[in-house]
Design a protein around this ligand. Sequence first.
Ligand code: HH2
Length: 283
Amino acid sequence: MAPSAIFPRDRVTIVGVVNVTPDSFSDGGRFFAGPEVCVEGVVSEARAQVAAGAHVVDVGGESTRPGAEPVPREEEIARTRPVVEALAKDLAVPVSIDTRHAEVADAALEAGARIVNDVSGLADPAMASVAARHQATLIVGHLRGVPETMQDDVRFGDAVADVGDELAASLDRARAAGVPDDALVADPGIGFGKRLEHNAALLAGSGQLRVRLGVPILVGPSRKSFLGALTGDPVAERDLATHAACAIAAFAGADAVRVHDVEGARRAMAVALALREAGQGLA
Ligand code: HH2
């Protein structure tokens, strides 16, 4: 499958989340039996996500929640590589590796992943060349600094303009390392060093970002704390709010959403896409 076929314009691509971490903020520890990752459990969850409508399954081995402790590379590889290998063999959809580290991405791409999802915006200088060498799709996220401290000093003039400019610079670095344009996806980094008003502006501004950057836009608001701040919902009850945020972003122009609840997203995206297309017809 060519990279451009994974995020086509005529659908909203649904990326299902499978975190093989003990400490992710909403689904940590689900697939751990003692210290070991339970690969069968992950395969069964991923199959269910694909049956529910996921176009991509995204595997992460390190939590990036605010204040999270970094995971040693060997540990992150030990968590993710066997899972990626099993999923790449088992699933009919592409597997993505969610990592900030080129070494981890390299191991996952060797094991059959087709997409690198880097929330750090290429903080590891080797990341883009690893993606290029494997002819992988590269999702470039927006993050100032590191997850440990990203919420400490948040300042934007105009969040959509600032994030757009900073993402454009990261995308240029990826191009310079040999990643072709049709293999690039940009993500404004919802919840990554942003306050509620920035998250809201970036989701509503998905279409502006798309025009500014010229590549597909992925958004990942799933279950994040700004949704709790808006609704009062605890983390386990934020899927409805997630689907509202994703639907509005998709209506505004987002090409892809990263979610924990794929079934709900499929329904929300069916409606959002129909309304977006109807709106374009009226323009
Ligand atoms: N958010 C998280 C992780 N990966 N990838 C992209 N492209 N965009 C996002 O917004 C994004 C992401 C954080 O959420 P989660 O994986 O649920 O939690 P944790 O980082 O605690 O594992």
